[in-house]
Design a protein around this ligand. Sequence first.
Ligand code: AMW
Length: 490
Amino acid sequence: MRHLLQQVYRKINLHSIIHIRTMSRKIAVCQMTSVADKIKNLEVVTNLIRDAAKENVQMIFFPEACDFICDNRKDIVRSAEPILTGNTVKAYKELAIQNNVWLSMGGLHEKDDKNPDKIFNTHIIINNKGEIVETYRKLHLFDVEIPEKNVRLKESDFCTAGSHIVAPVETPVGNVGLAICYDMRFPELSTALTIMRAQVLTFPSAFTYATGLAHWHILLRARAIENQCYVVAAAQVGHHNPKRRSYGHALCVDPWGEVLADCGESAPCYKVAEITERLTEVRRNMPVMQHRRPSIYSLYTLSVRNKPLSEHCERPAPDCPAEVVSDAGPTHVFGHVTIPDSCVFYKSELTYAFVNLRCVTPGHVLVAPRRAARRNRDLTDDEAEDFYRAVRIVQNLMERVHGAESCTVTIQDGPDAGQTVQHLHCHIMPRKKGDFIQNDLIYLELAKHDQFSARHPAKPPRELADMKAEAAMLRATLQKMQDEQTKNQI
Ligand code: AMW
């Protein structure tokens, strides 16, 4: 597990913010019969989005090849478009804005500029502002021949496989893990996404009729049950051309394996399902992720993309913007940031502690030297002593306030260790039993919580009023603890 986590920490897509939270959200899973004509398919997509959005769904899922299905390689490659500049994705973005919904689109046929003979099969997530927040290129290509069932499809003839998992995307319906169709047969991918805190696994599909009849429901329910995730699988259905027929049955399965929605063989159509607290309940009642034996078996490597694909970037990422939290009154230096005194709850001669703008766990606070020392090694002996004393006082305080018996206490000392504010600081994060599926995943969350990307915002900053109220409460409690201590000494 250590090895796996090291891989995750190193390569994790820093732009997807993933945390379990209260959920009760509506999604629509769509089913259609794509043809070669892109305009016709877009019309179907437009109507499905318009109708589903009227039912107050937050996210709508479309199947693989919702852009088009052609019957020959030449037409497939010719019709493919780039994600960033293609008209089809442009239209999807407008639909997301007009209907105020998030969209899961594709696998779309993505033009590969470096290889004119091939495309990528790319699943994209668009938010309700029309921004592409994540893209995933299909890892497992469907190269299958079953003559007795009349199945023959060699995706690798015209498609280049992707090379990375992408960490689940935080959406209004939960953390969505991205996969495509045939990927559902490789449970490692789903489990890797779940370890990275996916709550909804998505398999937009164009499953062949024969394989669907035999395996579709079983595979999807198995992925839902073993990972205790919702599974949403939008689907192609029916005859696309004389050569190709898809199975249909666009599905939403809950984390207990119960089918919440099944589109059968109709098209075009959609079904609405609700993502609820069922997930938390199932995971609490049977915590299978915690029962895994990673020291005995493990996912040995994970290739997780750690930055957006440059060809899918809509705007350049800011480096590490200084986020001004301004309040009247004195402030303290914290690297390139200033901390209002109203957010500080502990001060000694050489050290101070303040509440965080973005918390990994409730009660995540920071201790820093008052002088702008960049690194641990830059502290004088006096500063180091005072700093560590402060760390212990603040840890005691936070454990008391949060009723916690443990804390993760950590310093990311230097940029290669993940330090984004170049001013020494110690993170103090109160811990509760089971707060992360794998205990050490807190480091993954720490790596991500204050990262910025071109496409996906970092976790939203807290309101100044909340931070001030927390600091005031901590000041008062600290005073109380110190009074108690003095009383006990007398
Ligand atoms: W590092 O990634 O440098 O180990 O952590 C920097 C920490 O500073 C993060 O936890 C981040 O949320 C916090 N932070 C950044 N700006 C502010 C601010 N203006 N007020 C409070 N905390 C901040």
